[in-house]
Design a protein around this ligand. Sequence first.
Ligand code: 4AZ
Length: 244
Amino acid sequence: ILEGEAANLGEFPHMVALGFDRGNGYQFDCGGALISTLYVLTAAHCIINLERVEPTIVRAGVVQLGGNTFDDDTDYRIAQSIIHPEYSRSLKYNDIALLRLQKPVSVSSTLNPACLYTKDSDPETPLTVTGWGKTSNTQNLKSNILLKATISAVNRERCGPHYSAWRKLPRGIVPEQICAVDPDGHSDACQGDSGGPLQVSENGDSYYRVVGVTSFGSGCGTSTPGVYTRVARYLNWIEGIVWP
Ligand code: 4AZ
């Protein structure tokens, strides 16, 4: 997250980090959101990535990422990764996946699932994106503390032209995506934040609903909106898996 603020413990109790084991301890290179005690919502490109390494654990209920070894207090093993059947790595559409945990999380005030935003229109209110990803465009530094940034939805008419020349988006920005940008600043999601949630606040920030999954962008902190997978367009697919 560029130009974000530190999140408080319990403020985003659904926020998790995905742990990738490349042989020297876990690296937390993607985010996710708990949407039940057993399932985490994330991006498909976090599962099928270039290095062909899948995440094997999620770290939950923390704002401070901490060490790179398995911690029984915070870490849950991933039993199964379910990638959206229409995701293809060559195109950037349907970038959504679910992770089933080996055992349900123990719910507390700092660890509990989020509800989804079920309207498939752009929310008018400010949105909050969270993650432990890069904090600068020019340095490869990630955040050890969970950061939050406030951005706003940009409609398809205004967002589409930013991506019209992308070979990987032959149909441009589609209704299954939501664009968002900081209208008067440089707050943004960045590399390492993907898979994590874009949220809309309810009840004066007492809780958040997940409206999107951080997918990609053209750089970070520019006037080009970031692109998120719109969860309201995937409710049938999600509920078919999460509600057995
Ligand atoms: C990424 O590489 C990424 N500014 C995610 C979000 C954005 C840019 C890049 C949006 O995962």
